[in-house]
Design a binder for this molecule. Structure first.
Ligand SMILES: [Zn+2]
Length: 158
């Protein structure tokens, strides 16, 4: 918690309070600067900050921003993992040394991984469309590679 200090007694224990003005109808139409108020728990003095200068509110804003960044980087990691897993699974499917059962299981996982990727991709696209399209390209490439190799395999056996 950011430190705010009572300018009257120096106490640092302040609590956010909401002060409602009793205003006439004409005054209602003139908007006031948005402020936050903190009352000193010791002497009752009220400290007022303009919202954008309020140290407590600023810290909350920054924490929320950091939280969003963390979520985004976690989502990004998930999406990248999906692409890596897709590549790994398609290799298993295409590997002639894989048993039919292994290939079948890998195919099921391959579908799941694509669904998972789609979910992460949509989340990323909301906040970072550039990164999202880069991931989308990577996934497309992996998919085309897989489909192309599958085609080659089929031609080889026919
Ligand atoms: Zn005080």
């Amino acid at each position: 918690m950011a430190k705010i200090k009572c300018t009257n007694c120096g106490c640092t224990e302040l609590k956010e309070v909401f002060i409602y003005d009793i205003v006439s109808a004409s005054e209602c139409s003139s908007p006031r600067d948005p402020v936050n108020n903190y009352a000193c728990m010791k002497c009752g003095h009220v400290e007022t900050y303009l919202c954008e200068l309020d140290p407590v509110a600023r810290e909350k804003r920054e924490a929320a921003e950091k939280g969003r960044e963390r979520v985004l980087s976690e989502t990004l990691k998930q999406a990248e993992d999906c692409i890596a897993e897709f590549k790994k699974l398609s290799e298993i499917i295409l590997d002639e040394n894989s048993t039919q059962r292994q290939a079948r299981e890998a195919r099921v996982e391959l579908n799941k991984v694509q669904d998972r990727f789609k979910r992460e991709y949509y989340k990323i696209r909301e906040t970072d469309s550039k990164t999202a399209s880069k991931l989308h390209r990577e996934m497309e490439e992996a998919r085309n590679n897989y489909v192309g190799n599958q085609q080659r395999d089929r031609n080889r056996y026919n």
